[in-house]
Design a protein around this ligand. Structure first.
Ligand SMILES: N[C@@H](CCC(=O)N[C@@H](CS)C(=O)NCC(=O)O)C(=O)O
Length: 216
């Protein structure tokens, strides 16, 4: 199964982490934003990563791909069967993909993607405004729902909710935006614990090494 995309994207990282939790090896083909290769474009009609190719089957969008993986490799389940838990799980995935990522993207795109990958200046003011005006609301929300101790967001086991919500915190780490443990103690501990799982850590380490190399 081929996945097109760079793990630095929270959407791509989310798919890679879900596959890792399921023990599914993906053939990851790293691409940059705006990639024009016909194979990628066929799988992702609007040119957004990630995209999946499985034989003659093509699929775009991280959540769609994760639902495909969940149906094809049901163990361990990452999307609960219970109606209430499933509803919550999908809410957290949506929150992460639209509300949280919308804020994070303004920071990550303008401070890292534009200058490093696209070789053009980012909009520093837009990034600063997102950090100042939007991020505190996101962190306050995550703090209000983050589990204590060894818990998870939904039910009593790891689900897509944890993978979706914790994943973008890796981008904040790359941006060197610290989650103040005094103000957001549950969020700081919970996201650190989820991102330390091997399914995330292997990718985040590579991303950090890459960013360190380009900065040097
Ligand atoms: N809803 C999509 C969003 C994917 C997305 O926006 N990916 C970004 C990278 S983080 C992208 O490919 N952007 C390129 C573009 O918009 O042209 C998903 O969950 O996969």
């Amino acid at each position: 199964m081929i996945i097109y995309g760079a793990s630095m994207s929270p959407y791509v990282r989310k798919v890679l982490a879900c596959a890792g939790e399921k023990g599914v090896e993906l053939d990851v083909r790293p691409i940059g934003i705006g990639d024009q290769s016909p194979e990628f474009r066929q799988a992702s009609p609007f040119g957004k990563m990630p995209a999946l190719i499985d034989g003659d089957y093509h699929l775009a969008d991280s959540s769609a791909i994760i639902h495909y993986l969940e149906a094809k490799y049901p163990d361990p389940a990452l999307i609960p069967a219970d109606p209430k838990l499933r509803g919550k799980c999908i809410w957290y995935d949506e929150f992460a993909d639209t509300i949280f990522a919308g804020c994070g993207a303004k920071m990550f795109f303008n401070r890292i993607v534009a200058p490093i990958f696209l070789k053009r200046p980012g909009d520093a003011q837009a990034a600063d405004a997102a950090e100042r005006d939007e991020l505190p609301k996101m962190l306050a929300y995550v703090e209000s729902v983050a589990p204590e101790g060894d818990g998870y967001l939904v039910g009593d086991q790891l689900t897509l909710a944890d993978i979706a919500v914790a994943g973008p915190f890796a981008n904040l780490m790359h941006l060197k935006v610290e989650i103040d443990p005094g103000r957001y103690p549950k969020t700081a501990a919970y996201t650190r614990r989820i991102l330390a799982r091997p399914s995330f850590a292997r990718w985040i380490e590579r991303e950090a090494a890459f960013l360190q190399k380009v900065a040097a």
